[in-house]
Design a protein around this ligand. Structure first.
Ligand code: UDP
Length: 456
């Protein structure tokens, strides 16, 4: 509760600091004639009010918050439905002007894992229906669901309200299972079935990249015409080089002359923070004198299958003999995270699968290059050789080699970092929201056409 409230304060504070610009923008006409006035956005298993970087809260939470705010700025109101996980929160919370979070009672507040939520989808849908029933018919013009669990609620709600369903998968079971880390738990068949049903039911599917669009078609039989690609964004006001690396290192108490490869994000096998630690061990083996100059922050908390053994990474660091250079940091708010990005020599993201990888684009927006696995959205987020390096596979020796370049060529980081900051400029949330609004308009037009032809 306290964490929720503190975070809400931070989110509101940000909204208020931009309040003047927002009220100006809210007076602008709606985005296109057929754009929705009000969208029901569904995020069953994780709240936009949660602190990202641990547990179930990550990129999708950031995506929903940022997208909703920018949609509201172009006059599309958003109401976000999420499962109540504490009794202390009010039923509704205004996140920003035009963005309302609705807490739905579905199952106990605490102790339910994401894997147990399929059994609560009826209860959640009931809550969503009740909320809508309190308004005049036609309150929502469109449903936008996030992740397969929400897709199932959206399927029914959209049909009942006679409005289109737009769905974003964020991650897909078949894609995750095809690239599992060694020993990681595969996603269950029930999820694959659920995802296939949503692909069939949705009027539009939003994919982060062309590759994800292709995966929807190849693995789930999506009709290509239903799939739209919208790159997610980065908050360019928050993530920017600002006063630079030296000042950020001062604020974080980090040495000015250190080499700092940073890991940021949810700690789970899928994100492969272990590959970074193993690469560090390789570097130190090759050149023990580096020990004096290396600081390896790991910012984030346990998540997913990493939750069952939260101490695993600490133990690995000890086994590899690198504990003295690794600094584990609990998740931080994005203002603070921006400083970690600025302070770093390079962000390292050796993930096995990543539908986009927001931290890669956030770090670049702060002027920090990225070493990333050449998987999923990371191949779009990072320009190989220009804003960082894409590494095929997960061999720690390859990551050590890429890191070595930053050590051997002290100006490389600066050079790639400048290009990275420029590259990130193309990923503002304003653009992502405008493209999403176009998808909404398309879905509404087609839905109306279908209704007209169905009624002769
Ligand atoms: N994040 C954060 N604090 C942390 C670590 C991460 O706010 O301590 C945020 C980060 O800014 C990013 C998100 O969590 O927006 C992670 O998104 P990403 O797409 O990289 O990974 P996901 O969590 O979706 O797998």
């Amino acid at each position: 509760m306290t964490q929720h409230m503190a975070r809400l304060g931070a989110l509101r504070g940000y909204a208020q600091s931009r309040g003047h610009a927002q009220s100006r923008r809210l007076r602008r006409p709606a985005h296109g004639r057929n754009a929705p006035r009000r969208v029901a956005m569904l995020s069953v298993h994780t709240s936009p009010l949660d602190q990202p970087g641990t547990g179930d809260a990550g990129g999708m939470n950031v995506y929903i918050v940022e997208l909703a705010k920018r949609l509201a700025e172009i006059n599309i109101e958003v109401e976000i439905f999420t499962r109540a996980t504490t009794g202390a929160l009010p039923p509704t919370v205004e996140l920003a002007p035009g963005v309302l979070v609705r807490h739905i009672d579905a199952g106990p507040y605490e102790g339910l894992a994401k894997e147990e939520l399929p059994a609560q989808l009826c209860a959640f849908t009931h809550g969503v229906m009740q909320a809508e029933a309190g308004h005049r018919p036609g309150h929502y013009d469109l449903v936008h669901s996030h992740y397969w669990l929400s897709g199932h609620v959206g399927w029914l709600a959209a049909e009942r309200w006679g409005v289109p369903l737009v769905h974003a998968m964020h991650t897909m079971a078949k894609v995750k299972n095809a690239a599992l880390a060694e020993g990681d738990t595969p996603e269950p068949a029930a999820r694959v079935i659920g995802e296939t049903q949503i692909v069939e039911a949705a009027d539009r599917l939003i994919a982060n990249t062309d590759e994800e669009a292709d995966e929807l078609v190849r693995h789930y039989g999506a009709q290509p015409a239903k799939v739209a690609v919208v790159h997610p964004g980065v908050n360019l006001d928050r993530f920017r080089p600002a006063d630079g690396r030296a000042a950020a290192r001062d604020r974080l108490g980090l040495p000015q002359d250190a080499v700092i490869p940073l890991f940021a994000g949810r700690i789970q096998p899928l994100k492969a923070p272990d590959v970074l630690l193993r690469a560090i061990a390789v570097l130190l083996d090759e050149d023990p004198s580096l020990r004096e100059r290396l600081v390896v922050p790991v910012v984030g908390g346990p998540s997913g299958s990493g939750l069952s053994k939260p101490e695993r990474l600490h133990k690995l660091a000890a086994r590899l003999g690198v504990s003295d250079v690794v600094r584990f940091q609990p998740p931080v708010d994005q203002q603070r995270l921006a400083d970690w990005y600025r302070a770093a020599t390079v962000l390292v993201m050796p993930s096995y699968s990543e539908s986009f990888g927001l931290v890669a684009i956030e770090a670049q927006a702060c002027g920090t290059p990225v070493i990333a696995a050449a998987v999923g959205g990371l191949s779009v987020a990072v320009r190989d050789g220009e804003t960082g390096f894409l590494v095929p596979g997960h061999d720690p020796a390859d990551y050590a080699r890429a890191l070595r370049r930053f050590i051997d060529q002290p100006h490389l980081g600066e050079q790639l970092g400048e290009a990275a900051a420029r590259h990130a400029q193309a990923f503002g949330w304003g653009r992502a929201a405008a493209s999403t609004a176009d998808v909404y308009t398309d879905a509404m037009q087609e839905h109306r056409r279908h209704l007209r032809s169905a009624h002769g």
